[in-house]
Design a protein around this ligand. Structure first.
Ligand SMILES: *Cc1c(COP(=O)(O)O)cnc(C)c1O
Length: 442
């Protein structure tokens, strides 16, 4: 009989370590401050949010920070702020969460997808440049899975073609590329601060920029109660200072109260995560077929290690799929180890043929010239389409408890050692030869 837990053996970790994975870390001050918001009935104000913005802007070394009720709306406000509108094309990688680009459609713009690097899974600068047309207005750069993008090349291409650069920092708050903080390269950055992300405050998002006009437009888009402070009366006369996006994007002040405390402790917590993850990686570094992914440039880092990944080479594991490998790991660890990356977005008809608003034609090409189709502009995206089968997501350790982490490393070693036993499992990915198995000999 196999020793693997998935086949009836004894798991390496029988009693789990929930405190090791618990997120966010809630302290006394947070409880007290949130309670105060509640007891004073101050949930819908902006005073705490403004203090949070001030602190956030200072941390990010940006002139303006504008809090939002979630990252999705902060991103759409950033698109509007950057002037994205009807007939414009926005370039985005296909391998990301939908909110990185989907809001562009409601502004009348189209999304053109580009491919990613097979190892880092970040925007492939050459693929980005190939997709630029005279209608391309902006690029949204997602620092995916806590990795920084190749900002030197991306910024040079954007500059050459006079494109606006929007950074989505939802996976890497406070991260760096060559010593410079992510979110400070482009014209504007937006990020999610929801509970699952590294900088977690509850539902919430932040927009940061140095550009006064982008800030003003983002305010005007969805912050009706601040328009007076940014616009002169004659500028909004006919609109009567109503929000032009018809949106109300204000942050819940219980979230901003949490955010203020996170600002005090986030850097310390992310350093602890860094220590824990690097310790774990050292312990599993001798497993052939698992390749660590970390930025190579000096001064670059992974902030918070949100959804951090390994490359998984199925050939090194006798053709066992990453899905089955992760199921075996999950059974050994008593906590889920996830395979894969986000579903490539170009598969969704929203970005090509779907009529969202009843115009009688696809929303995604509403304002594009006849004969121009977003799906065709995106073209082939072979790397992103295969990425799902080549990735294993890290366990996300929040504390550097070496004794406990050793046990998880042991689980990884065990599954690697006995991986051939997994060939007994009905592995549909292996049988159909899909995803990762194009090169495999049966
Ligand atoms: C989470 C996420 C968002 C959206 O943020 P919400 O706060 O959930 O609305 C946007 N982009 C990426 C890459 C994300 O992971």
């Amino acid at each position: 009989m196999s020793k693997l837990a998935i086949l009836g053996g004894k798991p390496v970790i029988e009693k789990g370590h929930p405190e090791l994975f618990q997120w966010p870390i809630v302290n006394e001050k947070m409880l007290k401050d949130v309670q105060e918001v509640l007891l004073t009935g101050n949930m819908s104000g902006t005073d705490i949010s403004r203090r949070f913005e001030e602190g956030f802007a200072k941390w990010q070394k940006r002139k303006y920070a504008l809090s939002h009720n979630n990252g999705t709306n902060a991103l759409t406000a950033a698109f509007y702020g950057a002037g994205l509108g009807p007939g414009d094309e926005l370039i985005c990688t296909t391998l990301t969460y939908w909110a990185s680009c989907l809001g562009a459609l409601s502004l009348g713009a189209s999304v053109v997808f580009c491919d990613v690097d097979p190892v880092t899974l970040q925007m492939d600068p050459a693929s980005f440049e190939e997709r630029i047309t005279p209608r391309t207005k902006a690029v949204v750069v997602v620092h995916y899975k806590a990795m920084p993008c190749d900002m030197d090349r991306i910024m040079a291409i954007a500059k050459k073609h006079r494109l606006k650069v929007i950074e989505d920092v939802s996976h890497a708050q406070g991260g760096h590329y060559k010593g410079k903080m992510l979110g400070t390269f482009g014209d504007v950055a937006a990020m999610s601060l929801m509970s699952g992300k590294s900088f977690a405050i509850g539902e919430g998002g932040m927009l940061v920029t140095d550009d006064e006009e982008i800030y003003r437009r983002a305010v005007r888009f969805g912050h009706y109660d601040r328009i007076h402070s940014c616009y002169k009366k004659e500028e909004f006369a006919d609109t009567l200072s109503l929000p032009v996006g018809g949106l109300k994007n204000r942050m819940h002040q219980m979230s901003s109260a949490v955010g203020l405390v996170q600002l005090e402790k986030y850097e310390k917590e992310r350093r602890e995560i860094d220590r824990a993850m690097k310790y774990f990686w050292k312990k599993v570094s001798d497993i052939p077929g698992l390749t660590k992914v970390y930025p190579k440039e000096k001064g670059s880092d992974k902030a918070g290690w949100y959804a951090s990944h390994f490359m998984y080479d199925s050939e090194a594991f006798s053709g066992v799929s990453n899905k089955t490998f992760c199921e075996a790991l999950t059974r050994e660890c008593g906590t889920t180890v996830f395979p894969g990356a986000n579903m490539p977005l170009h598969y969704s008809s929203l970005f090509s043929s779907f009529d969202i608003y009843g115009h009688g034609r696809p929303t995604a090409k509403l304002y594009l010239p006849n004969g121009v189709y977003p799906r065709k502009l995106s073209g082939k995206l072979p790397v992103a389409e295969k990425a799902g089968g080549t990735v294993i997501n890290d366990l996300w350790f929040k504390h550097c408890d070496k004794e406990a982490i050793d046990r998880y490393a042991e689980a990884f070693h065990k599954v690697a050692k006995y991986h051939r036993d997994l060939l007994k499992i009905n592995d549909t990915d292996r049988i159909t030869g899909s995803i990762a198995f194009t090169k495999r000999k049966h």
